[in-house]
Design a protein around this ligand. Structure first.
Ligand SMILES: [Mn+2]
Length: 360
């Protein structure tokens, strides 16, 4: 159990008038929060926190692992969820219980939470997401480690590249190399999108052979110790046009300008604008079709939002991605993405892989 986090949560529960907080993790539905509070990495757990008690429950598959990871003996889940929760929750009528409305299924909400008893279940995921947003130094180290793994794997994969390699082979090697270098898994399905496929911002690797004169958008990350990295590099093959090079330089300029502007106390929508203005002034504004970035941690996309629609203000301890791009349909895509820590005075780059144009 992470006592400090649980106590921090208790403070927030009190501020929000909650007498308990319930985390329901079924088929990994709330694995990040369950892990954040207890250290447990399995796919099934119930965490129930009150002012002076924590109930941790899992099923028979996980009892040994759970005890090792959390340091407490778990209660064994044996009955229906409704019966188990009815047993655990012993509060006065009308008590307010916080839960994560963003991860619980409507089935469980309607058929379990609504039937437990006379309690008020309050959507309270914001409390947890705000806590998870600010990374401790230990969490920063985990994310740095996940970034180092990803970057070593990229270098190793580039070293074995040949013209005619399929996107899938590239992705498979990258994922394999991440595991060899210590990843527990990859953070998400690896994007390798070459040539015109690069214009699909989320082009999962296909059977397409990577040819000469193409950009390859490679967006990937490692997952280790429960934390993710997320990095994109766009690599060229011999024979790209001057227009390709120009577009690369525009994205690079926008990306660097945004990174260098990072400091605490700024609106993330303003950070987005710094990159967007550079791309717009170069005439490609309409081809930068997504937000600048996102928070990163136990999940690949988490709080804060980093886009033109964001209303959030940067805080020391935020780890965000900065990933502007230009996508010309039927032609090419360029995206460059780094992970950046907001510090007391400015920023620190978590990813460090070379961003100057690499031509293979
Ligand atoms: Mn990203």
């Amino acid at each position: 159990m992470f006592e400090k986090r649980i106590n921090d949560l208790r403070e927030k529960m009190e501020l929000n008038g909650l007498e308990a907080f319930l985390v329901v993790n079924i088929e990994s539905s709330s694995k990040p929060t369950s892990y954040y509070l207890t250290g447990f990495t399995g796919s099934f757990s119930i965490v129930y926190i009150t002012k002076d008690d924590v109930v941790f429950m899992t099923d028979g598959r996980y009892t040994e692992q759970a005890e090792k990871q959390t340091g407490v003996k778990p209660l064994l889940f044996k009955k229906k969820l409704l019966d188990e929760l009815t047993n655990i929750i012993k509060l006065p009528k009308g008590a307010k219980i916080g839960f994560e409305s963003n991860t619980i299924s409507s089935n469980i909400y309607l058929n379990t939470l609504m039937k437990i008893g006379d309690y008020e279940f309050i959507p309270s995921e914001k409390i947890i997401l705000e806590m998870r947003r600010i990374k401790s130094s230990e969490e920063v180290e985990f994310i740095k480690n996940a970034a180092i793994i990803a970057e070593k794997a990229l270098q190793e994969t580039l070293d074995s590249f040949y013209i005619g390699m399929t996107e899938k082979e590239f992705a498979a090697k990258l994922e394999y190399n991440m595991k060899i270098f210590g990843a527990d898994n990859y953070a998400f399905d690896t994007i390798v999108a070459s040539g015109p496929r690069g214009a699909l911002p989320h082009g999962i690797a296909s059977d397409k052979k990577i040819g000469s004169g193409e950009f390859i958008v490679i967006d990937f990350g490692a997952y280790a110790n429960g934390y993710n990295s997320d990095i994109t590099r766009t690599i060229a093959t011999e024979g790209i046009s001057d227009k390709h090079k120009q577009i690369y330089e525009i994205v690079l300029k926008a990306q660097k300008a945004a990174v260098e502007a990072v400091k605490p106390g700024m609106k993330y929508s303003d950070l987005d604008k710094i990159a967007r203005d550079i791309i717009s002034e170069a005439g490609y504004g309409e081809y930068f079709s997504h937000g600048l970035g996102h928070g990163l941690g136990l999940e690949v996309h988490e709080s804060p939002r980093v886009s033109y629609m964001s209303e959030e203000i940067s805080q020391p301890g935020d780890i965000i991605t900065i990933e502007p791009g230009i996508y010309l349909p039927g032609d090419l895509g360029v995206r460059i993405e780094d992970d950046v820590l907001v510090t007391e005075n400015g920023y620190e780059l978590i990813t460090s892989f070379d961003k100057s144009l690499i031509i293979l």
